[in-house]
Design a protein around this ligand. Structure first.
Ligand SMILES: [Zn+2]
Length: 243
């Protein structure tokens, strides 16, 4: 595996400087300083520009059914690696501790749900038309499970000092399915923003480096989440990486 696709692996340095800097004008257009606006360190604040949160957009009964199904499945260990042979490779990684659930007979309903969100919510809230998306995955984070900070489409080239797009993804999608866990918050590193997910919540955000994020460790219980990534371009030859 080349260095370029190992973006989730342990690298404790965080690329900087981030633009805008704390004292520069915020990227949301409100003309406040970034540190006082979308980069604020205040707790319980609104999501930063670009992060779309819809609480309880998916019905509790649908979430419950999926979790009930998922709890009965034998999961696959996911590392941060490429899909070399059409299946998620069983490589473990220090950057990630999570499990993928085969959707089987749930595939169609999950696909339809994700497609509807990409078509209806993303097009109206994010100013991008999704042309295709990665088939959704249902992830299980057990107690101790986490995903180290990473970006979903870009990799930092430390030699050149630039971010390079490695995956054909523009929008990242997360649908949270349950409440009976502790920890497991979604944290956006550059924005100092932490989201505590609840059952049925949807989170969308641009897949690029500005929205570097991590799934914090689940301290108790098991967290279930559906993930996918949409692209505004027709399918290209860019390699898919698990995110
Ligand atoms: Zn702002």
């Amino acid at each position: 595996m080349s260095q370029s696709v190992s973006q989730g692996e342990a690298n404790n340095a965080i690329p900087s400087p981030f633009i805008p800097a704390p004292d520069q004008q915020c990227l949301c257009g409100k003309k406040k300083q970034f540190a006082q606006c979308c980069g604020s360190k205040k707790r319980d604040r609104k999501p930063p520009a670009g992060v779309i949160v819809k609480r309880s957009i998916v019905s509790a009964s649908y979430c419950d059914k999926l979790v009930e199904y998922a709890a009965q499945q034998v999961p696959k260990q996911l590392g941060v690696t490429s899909k070399e042979h059409g299946h998620a490779a069983a490589k473990q990684s220090v950057g990630r501790q999570s499990l993928a659930i085969d959707l089987n007979e749930k595939s169609k309903s999950v696909y339809n749900l994700v497609e509807k969100i990409f078509k209806e919510v993303v097009s109206s809230k994010m100013n991008i038309d999704i042309k295709h998306f990665v088939f959704p995955t249902l992830m299980r984070y057990e107690s101790g499970g986490y995903y180290h900070r990473h970006t979903d489409s870009e990799v930092y080239n430390w030699d050149k000092g630039v971010w390079e797009k490695k995956a054909d993804r523009d929008v990242s999608l997360l649908i949270y399915l349950n409440n009976d866990f502790q920890g497991g918050d979604l944290h956006f590193n550059y924005f100092n923003y932490t989201f505590s997910p609840r059952k049925g919540d949807l989170v969308l955000f641009p897949s690029d480096h500005r929205y570097m994020h991590e799934a914090q460790m689940v301290s108790k219980g098991t967290r279930y989440v559906i993930v996918s990534w949409g692209s505004g371009k027709e399918p290209s030859g860019l390699r898919t990486i698990d995110g």
